[in-house]
Design a protein around this ligand. Structure first.
Ligand code: SF4
Ligand code: SF4
Ligand code: FES
Length: 242
């Protein structure tokens, strides 16, 4: 149930990397909370009534597009899915770390996700030519469900921002990257052999770089089964090493 009548204080990170005169600092805004207010609504209110220059990203407003990730009182979260009624009176907002800062709360997750997909060659490697007349490949229901679960990732970057390893090692595949690798490693249509998978998974930038504290699992807004994904990749890494 949303609270009403509260005056909310937002301490918001401000910095425009395009402006040589801009210096990183925090700016404070105060607004009235309204029933069922999301962080998206609160930031819109601030932009419309207090500061039109405030930068932040939203598109779908329903946890689908992945564009509204930000640090909310130190935790990565989707702005559109966060209710102000679940937050204290003072809310500190920062952009997600790891990703390129566009300005204020806006980051470019696309560059990171594209580089990760290119490095891990996150697409089906098939040897047979596409035949539009052929019947669809059959797949076991449980396996299809696991692949579908991995494909539910909306590339919001919350898991990457929460990951201590991804924060210090730019080459680490990161939780979303490991999930993406697993999605193709599981797919029977992908014909990469053990040696090729070994190169992708079995080093400190792959699953052996993960220290397993599961911060990523706790913050994923889509509740992806990341624990199972890493266990699968570790088994795959060990089997390819034998
Ligand atoms: S469990 Fe692994 S991938 Fe997830 S946050 Fe920890 S180190 Fe990063
Ligand atoms: S795994 Fe979850 S937290 Fe990470 S990018 Fe995908 S949806 Fe976001
Ligand atoms: S606005 Fe699309 S996920 Fe939040």
């Amino acid at each position: 149930m949303s609270e009403t009548g509260r005056r909310l204080t937002f301490e918001v990170f401000r910095y425009n990397p395009q402006d040589p005169d801009s210096k990183p600092h925090m700016q404070t805004f105060e607004i009235e909370e309204v029933p069922y207010m999301s962080l998206f609504m609160a930031l819109n209110e601030i932009r419309e009534t207090l500061d039109p220059s405030l930068q932040f990203d939203f598109a779908c407003r329903s946890a689908i597009c992945g564009s509204c990730g930000m640090m909310v009182n130190g935790q990565p979260a989707l702005g559109c899915r966060t209710q102000t009624s679940d937050l204290p009176d003072v809310v500190r907002l920062h952009p997600l770390p790891v990703f390129k800062l566009v300005g204020d709360l806006s980051v470019d997750t696309g560059i990171w996700f594209r580089e990760m997909a290119e490095k891990s060659e996150a697409w089906i490697h098939a040897e047979k030519a596409f035949d539009p007349q052929a019947q669809e490949d059959r797949m076991d229901d449980d396996l299809a469900q696991k692949i579908y679960d991995s494909d539910r990732c909306i590339e919001c970057g919350c898991c990457v921002a929460s990951c201590g390893v991804a924060n210090v090692n730019a080459e680490f595949a990161g939780p979303a990257g490991l999930n993406r690798i697993a999605r193709f490693a599981m797919d029977p249509r992908d014909t990469r052999d053990d040696d090729e998978w070994f190169e992708v998974i079995s080093n400190e930038n792959g699953v052996f770089g993960c220290i397993g504290m599961m911060a990523c699992h706790d913050v994923c807004p889509k509740e992806l089964p990341l624990l199972e994904v890493y266990a699968y990749l570790r088994r795959k890494a060990l089997s390819t090493a034998l």
